[in-house]
Ligand binder design. Structure first.
Ligand SMILES: NC(=O)c1ccc[n+]([C@@H]2O[C@H](COP(=O)([O-])OP(=O)(O)OC[C@H]3O[C@@H](n4cnc5c(N)ncnc54)[C@H](O)[C@@H]3O)[C@@H](O)[C@H]2O)c1
Length: 316
């Protein structure tokens, strides 16, 4: 039975609400008439992305006293937990930092949920928990064998969520996102290849493809991820893990060509050796999200890329 999108105004807390995905989620929730509070330490997020109608608390989730004080004030019905250390590379060079934010910070959020009687937590997990595919598309029953500290820390949090649900009756949805892309994704650093290619094309830098261009990823547009979160806020399909993804393999070369086409460039890519630790192929099966939440991706790669390019041009 597909979930009805919650219509009544609720008190919602979004951790990581000043980040790329979180800020779009906050916009959608405010547009839907909910009262939205945000916790973010602005380590990678930006106040410029943050909806001015959100009740913003600049705090670090590794600080339990500060976190629980926000919960005490807001008393959120549902918590969308997106705050995280999101760099795979940093997770490998500093796994302690990664675990401190992603595991200990998440335990703080879970403790505060229980202490202040939030009904439900919706967690932003990742396809990085699966890593190398044994079969494609990977469903939620695919073996979990993370190849990065980031994937391992996200998977550890999934375990804590199930444990807190069992011990305290907290309801949850674990959402494993594919490769999310869209406006506001930071093209500096680790961000998705679509925003990196966009910046490089616009600035006249020849984009680099690592490997021969045949490596695949499963891309999903940020508005689809936001809709998945909005559906997950409701009751249907509780206490379950869901892949949210496009469901198809897209090669690096396809992405390169789609961004080039949207920009109107005929520049050829530069090829460089594949970077260590990169998985060869990835795509996720979202049948469970479709059956239980009524979710499937709606925005095509081409349409999403057009939005990214338009946004980049507007803001640069
Ligand atoms: N972008 C993707 O492709 C993707 C894929 C799978 C999962 N995810 C998950 O989605 C969530 C959002 O990712 P994003 O791509 O928007 O990244 P992002 O870096 O833009 O967002 C993370 C937000 O968390 C905040 N934050 C970090 N550490 C914090 C702390 N200690 N206390 C409070 N706030 C803190 C950051 O300032 C930032 O605003 C993350 O949990 C990420 O793991 C993202």
């Amino acid at each position: 039975m597909p979930n009805a999108v919650p219509t009544a105004a609720m008190k919602l807390l979004v951790t990581g609400g000043a980040g790329f995905i979180g800020s779009h989620l906050v916009d959608a929730l405010i547009d839907a008439g909910h009262e939205v509070a945000v916790i973010d330490d602005l380590s990678t997020g930006s106040q410029a992305n943050l909806n001015p109608q959100a009740d913003f608390h600049r705090i670090d989730i590794t600080d339990y006293d500060a976190t629980r004080a926000v919960f005490a004030r807001v008393k959120p019905h549902v918590v969308c937990h997106l705050a995280a250390q999101t760099s795979v590379r940093l997770s490998m060079s500093d796994p302690i930092r990664d675990a401190t934010v992603n595991i200990l910070g998440s335990i703080n959020v879970l403790r505060a949920c229980v202490e202040h009687e939030s009904a439900r937590i919706v967690f932003a997990s990742t396809c990085a928990v699966y890593a190398g595919a044994k079969y494609l598309p990977m469903d939620e029953g695919h073996p979990v064998l993370p190849e990065s500290a980031y994937g391992a820390s996200k998977h550890a949090v999934e375990g804590y969520i199930r444990m807190f649900a069992h011990a305290n009756g907290l309801k949850y949805k674990i959402l494993r996102y594919g490769n999310v892309f869209g406006p506001r994704q930071n093209p500096e650093g680790e961000a998705g290849v679509i925003s990196i290619f966009t910046r490089q094309f616009v600035e006249g830098i020849q984009p680099t493809i690592f490997g021969d261009g045949s490596k695949t990823r499963d891309y999903v547009y940020v508005a689809d991820i936001v809709r998945g979160n909005v559906l997950a806020i409701g009751e249907a399909g509780d206490n379950e893990t869901y892949n949210l993804a496009g469901g198809t393999e897209i090669t690096d070369l396809q992405v390169f060509e789609a961004v080039g086409k949207a920009i109107g460039s005929e520049v050829e890519p530069r090829y460089a050796p594949v970077r260590p630790g990169e998985v060869e192929r990835s795509s996720l099966d979202y049948a469970r999200a479709k059956a239980n939440l009524g979710w499937s991706p709606e925005v095509s790669l081409e349409d999403g890329i057009r939005e990214v390019v338009a946004h980049y041009r507007e803001t640069h």
